[in-house]
Design a protein around this ligand. Sequence first.
Ligand SMILES: [Zn+2]
Ligand SMILES: [Zn+2]
Length: 391
Amino acid sequence: MRNEYSVLEKIRTYQGELAAFRQDLHAHPELGMEEFRTSQKVADKLAEWGIAVHRGVGGTGVVGVLRAGDGPASVGLRADMDALAMQETGNRPYSSGTAGRMHACGHDGHTTMLLGAAKYLAETRDFDGTVNFIFQPAEEGRGGAEAMLEDGLLTRFPCDRIFGMHNWPGYPVGSFAINSGPVMAGGGFFDIVVTGRGAHGARPEESVDPVLTACHIVTALQSIVARNVAPRDTAVLSVTKIVGGDAHNVIPQVARIGGTLRAFDPALLARIKERMATVASGVAMAFGATAELSFGVRFAPTVNDEECAREFADAAQDIGGEITVDRAMAPVMGSEDFSFMLEAVRGAYICIGNGDSAPLHHPDYDFNDEAIAYGASALARVVERVMQPPG
Ligand SMILES: [Zn+2]
Ligand SMILES: [Zn+2]
């Protein structure tokens, strides 16, 4: 039983098995919605430990269901499984065996930590209720969280609360960071199509130049965060693409602008979008052109529920060993599709130290296996604490 050990001590006895599992995933990275091998491995492990397995939830997603006692409470624990389309440069015995694919965001580690928690909870069963272990596909911009939700994740596997975790390079191993509010930004990608009138490059008087117009739009867009957003609020608007024309002597008909917009407050996002449309079409009109603004991929802000954030922080603090928990983590401008699950059910997202590894999405990044036991323990402990057995 749990009382004889700390959670951390118990889960550390799985270290060899878990590290080997993580390194195997690292050697076999799969892109979002193509996690066929990964999800098979996950399903096999869950079944081996006597956990009910549901496959094909939102594509390649897997949900493991473990019940103890007969209480009505339920907790969801979520990890992501996908890798990135990039080439690994590190030279490790378990480096990626697939060219142009790499676990550069540590989702191999996230999957392994959740499995560690599942193994522990299946062995100890010191809780009263249902745990849903949610192995999500396609976090990296391929819509995995939304796919699982659309496939009935939370109706088929109801969760009172849901918890997620991401490794954080630069924080020491054994440390956690969380806050009770926005942790990651929402926003999306935008495109602006500027249409003018093409002409010979030496006869500009016959043209409406979409390249010149696009340049002015880019400059004017920078006034929005500077002049329309209160200095105490946070937003970023980055133009990352500007494409127009093919020849040195032809003024083209069309130029295209693309970029990303991020903020923590949905109302602020809406206000900025409105200003972007006004600025783009107004500047275009001044030059005799037209500009059409559209928003593609959307991310919601990741917002922690105050009580769940406290529960997760308390659980992390309580796993045993020398742990530090920063409860006032500064929000980051990156985005995370766990946000969509947090829009549907309350919960919290925590960051776990990955030591001094290369940054996320860097070609030499590697998940730190020393972090596995800490992360698995925090996930397991939050289940035990929020679904305590009676008596
Ligand atoms: Zn990532
Ligand atoms: Zn990630």
